[in-house]
Design a protein around this ligand. Structure first.
Ligand code: F6P
Length: 374
């Protein structure tokens, strides 16, 4: 009997733990179950352009601790793949390539965008399993995703480090943390790093409330403050503008209306892009303290995964191989406590896990006196 042949790819923004998950899946699939494995290059791009390589034990060796992804990645979408004249739906091309490669299953490692791509391929009849990775921790129906723990460590260390320089210079230092539209990374690192103020997208702030927290600290003798700002955090007015622009896109009924609404949304996002710098200027005039900005950016995604992420990625990868063996497809392998559980992709795709404003982390931050800007 021919052995089971599986394709694997990594898509979306890279994140620590991708290689650990490829290895976890690959070693279980090949070593434990005797399957064959091929790796697609650069996410969906490799699937569409049929770029893949055979993966064997040798290629999976020595990658557990390595950052990034040995397969490369991209943010390409299967239904809007870039072409010379714009974009095209490549779902049927992918189905042909999958069949020609003799695949029995496809493993897609990625975040929310990848879950949507995976769903489209499930609808086209392919046997797909999704593994949740993102530093943003915003994938629905899973406790967590690999990459998050590592990024939280990196951001925490950065917040720790800016404390001493903020203290020495009697400054406000705003540290901007990634996370897209979710505040998990900023909230976690802000709590762990003891930020004085934490600003997340789920809790719109007012400059006055942030300034008041800082002035109160000064009155009590601490003439410096560290503010952890999520890249997606906005003040109340900007949040309302952004929400209205997003609603316009959602409610557009014709292609022209959608184009115009998207252009308006881009404009709103462009005007809000430098929001952390603007907040720094506003805080300077409201508090009389000097303010500086540190954007953590891509250092949060780079480098070796933490021990927690290596364990998570390995166990989710191994669980995905078990699911291929059991022929259970159309699912994401969710992290549940110490275990892993298949969840129908239909319940994941198109959803985002945001920080509930009454989440335990938020309540704990408030109890220890951290300002949340509201
Ligand atoms: O989703 C991970 C993430 O790092 C987000 O936190 C951030 O908003 C985004 O990717 C950056 O994307 P890109 O790599 O395309 O600049």
């Amino acid at each position: 009997m021919a052995s089971t042949r599986v394709g694997i790819l990594t898509a979306g923004g890279d994140s620590p733990g991708l290689n650990a998950a490829i290895r976890g899946f690959g070693k279980t699939a090949i070593g434990h179950y005797g399957m064959e494995l091929v790796g697609y290059r650069d996410g969906v791009t490799g699937l569409v352009l049929d770029r893949f390589e055979e993966l064997d034990g040798r290629k999976l060796s020595g990658i557990l601790t390595v950052g990034g992804t040995i397969l490369g990645t991209s943010r390409d979408k299967v239904h809007k793949f870039p072409t010379e004249d714009g974009s095209a739906d490549m779902v049927s091309r992918v189905v042909e390539n999958y069949e020609r490669a003799g695949l029995d299953a496809l493993i897609m490692l990625g975040g929310g965008g990848t879950a949507k791509n995976a769903m489209r391929l499930v609808d086209a009849g392919l046997n797909v399993i999704h593994l949740p990775k993102t530093i943003d921790n915003d994938i629905a129906m899973t406790d967590t995703s690999f990459g998050f723990a590592t990024a939280m460590e990196i951001a925490t260390e950065a917040i720790d480090r800016v404390h001493s320089t903020a203290h020495s210079h009697h400054r406000i230092i705003l540290t901007e943390v990634m996370g897209h539209r979710a505040g998990w990374l900023t909230l976690g690192a802000g709590i762990a790093g003891g930020a004085d103020v934490i600003l997340i997208p789920e809790i719109p702030y007012t400059v006055e409330r942030v300034a008041e927290t800082i002035r109160e600290r000064t009155r009590r003798g601490s003439s410096f403050s560290v503010v952890a700002v999520a890249e997606g955090a906005r003040d109340v007015a900007d949040t309302a503008d952004h929400e209205a622009a997003r609603l316009l896109v959602k409610s557009a009924r014709t292609p022209e209306a959608e184009r115009a609404a998207r252009a308006h949304l881009r404009h709103v996002e462009d005007t809000q892009r430098e929001h952390t710098f603007r907040l720094a200027r506003e805080l300077e005039s409201a508090t009389g303290l000097e303010a500086r900005v540190t954007i953590l950016g891509y250092v949060q995604r780079g480098g070796s995964p933490s021990a927690a992420d290596r364990v998570l990625a390995t166990r989710l990868g191994a669980a995905a191989a078990d699911l291929v063996k059991a022929k259970e497809f159309g699912v994401m392998v969710a992290a549940r406590g110490d275990g892993a559980e298949p969840v129908p992709l239909r319940e994941v795709a198109g959803k985002v896990k945001l920080v509930p404003p009454d989440h335990d982390w938020v309540l704990a931050a408030r109890k220890v006196g951290t300002g949340l800007g509201d």
